[in-house]
Design a protein around this ligand. Structure first.
Ligand SMILES: Cc1ncc(COP(=O)(O)O)c(C=O)c1O
Length: 474
């Protein structure tokens, strides 16, 4: 039986029986069955077209023909491993090196973002001879045991914080310790990292690395204040550790202005290690670690081979090269700037119109819309965000939420996302928010039908619950 001819309910039933429920579905109450995709669109089993606002993996567009062809062409000829000489791997390393500061000149190829961060951890530990890591609160760096340990987003619900892990506050100027009214939030947040390092050192701990996403996404689409990472790099290096930039969600031109998000810190800012994944292969499992000669040499000095069966194989490298070709040929970095600026401008207009929008932040096609229940406390509008995402899905727009309060709408669409797409999403968002406000005013239930978000027992719906406070939340 062709996979796409099975009824959706039967697929769901099989999945429930055969897969772990730890592997979650989007919209678990009414999952979407996707059987085809192109560009920024996904199609379900009934041919309905969904606009994808969240897949930063399909970086240059789902099933991009140039990328698909590159994989197919190479698959027809050869796919083996990096122990044989082949031009694809060296061409790819060369092309990547052209996008990076010259110091980052050694490349390791792998299959997933988690593998890349795990190797970054090994490199940092080998290079420094230290074990400890500083991470940002709410961060996620991958699903391997080593990375769950440095992911507060996960370990808080599991075994908790290990003694070698130190957590610094998220540099969130909207709802963090130091906000937009602080005279120097970059310095204040960097001092928090220094403080965390000092406390650890007083206990005899030694720093191997500071790990952070160049723009913390899981933490709620955060834009750290300019100058923060440069100061953090000074603090961690003074403590003998390395600076690791996780570009797995935000690299490859997503920020528009620059190819890498860490470059927002300025030309002189160079991490010791950069990790890449997700978008690098447009859906094909590819990942990469870039580092300096000095870091790599200490790893090599162990005399132990680094071998990764699939990492850097000719097909993966052909795919990676094709992604870079498409980015250039279709000028997608410039597109990210144009469409991103348009989205920022129009979402900011929505903020002026709808009080539920507390903050609109972003750069390029990395944008967060922070939904609040009240302006003073900026209480996360969690249920409202969930409701809004469900309503958008009913309108064939796929968006989701991030952040500790699950209240930040995240935009990180394929880079081919167009001005028309942006206009369409904003119009729908406006309609739904207006409708939500109307429902709150008349205190009608914000329940959508059928199979949609269920509200906690006893509540009449998110809008009505919060309307019981001093002012309606939306
Ligand atoms: C910032 C970040 N780092 C690392 C990873 C892990 O990547 P992967 O799922 O490819 O192992 C993810 C995945 O969501 C991520 O968002």
């Amino acid at each position: 039986m062709a996979a796409d001819s099975r009824a959706k309910a039967a697929t769901l039933d099989l999945r429930r029986r055969l897969l772990s429920s730890s592997c979650r579905l989007f919209f678990p109450e009414d999952p979407v069955k996707i059987i085809r995709s192109q560009g920024q669109y996904l199609y379900d089993e009934q041919g309905r077209e969904f606009l994808d606002c969240i897949s930063n993996v399909a970086h240059v567009g789902h099933c991009h023909p140039i990328v698909v062809q590159a994989a197919h062409k190479q698959n027809l000829v050869l796919n083996t491993n990096s122990r044989y000489l082949h031009d694809n791997i060296v061409d790819y390393a060369q092309r990547l090196s052209e996008t990076l500061p010259k110091e980052l000149s050694v490349f390791y190829f792998l299959n997933s973002g988690s593998e890349a961060n795990d190797l970054a951890l090994r490199l940092a530990r080998q290079c420094t001879g230290h074990q400890d890591v500083v991470v940002l609160d709410h961060a996620y760096h991958g699903h391997l045991s080593s990375l769950i340990d440095i992911s507060p987003y996960k370990f808080r619900d599991l075994d908790g914080q290990k003694e070698w892990v130190h957590v610094a506050p998220l540099p969130d100027t909207y709802r963090g310790l130091y906000r937009e009214d602080h005279p120097n939030p970059a310095e204040a947040y960097a001092s928090e990292v220094k403080h965390v390092i000092n406390i650890a050192q007083e206990k005899g701990r030694k720093m191997a690395a500071f790990f952070a996403e160049s723009l913390p996404s899981v933490g709620g689409q955060i834009i750290p204040p300019s100058g923060y990472f440069s100061q953090v790099a000074e603090h961690i290096r003074r403590a003998g550790g390395l600076f690791v930039a996780d570009e797995i969600q935000v690299g490859f031109g997503r920020v528009g202005k620059h190819f890498w998000a860490f470059q927002l810190e300025g030309e002189n800012f160079v991490p010791d290690i950069v990790t890449m994944g997700k978008s690098i292969g447009n859906g094909h499992p590819v990942a990469c670690v870039a580092t300096t000669q000095a870091v790599s040499r200490t790893f090599e000095a162990t005399g132990v081979e680094y071998f990764n069966t699939f990492g850097g194989n000719p097909v993966s490298c052909a795919v990676g090269l094709a992604v870079l070709d498409v980015l250039e040929k279709e000028q997608l970095q410039a597109q990210a700037t144009n469409v991103g600026s348009f989205l920022m401008k129009h979402l900011s207009q929505q903020k002026a119109k709808h009080p539920i929008i507390g903050d609109v932040r972003g750069i390029g096609l990395f944008i967060g819309v922070d939904l609040i229940k009240d302006e003073t406390l900026r209480t996360p509008a969690t249920e409202e965000a969930e409701y809004l995402v469900s309503r958008l899905k009913e309108n064939y727009i796929l968006l989701s939420t991030d952040g500790p309060g699950k209240n930040v709408l995240k935009f990180k669409p394929p880079m081919c996302f167009s001005l028309d797409n942006a206009q369409h999403v904003i119009a729908k968002l406006d309609d739904i928010l207006t409708d939500m406000e109307e429902k709150v005013r008349s205190c009608k239930t914000l329940r959508i039908q059928p199979n949609s978000v269920k509200h906690p027992p006893g509540s009449t719906g998110p809008g009505c619950r919060s309307a019981a406070g001093s002012r309606p939340s939306i």
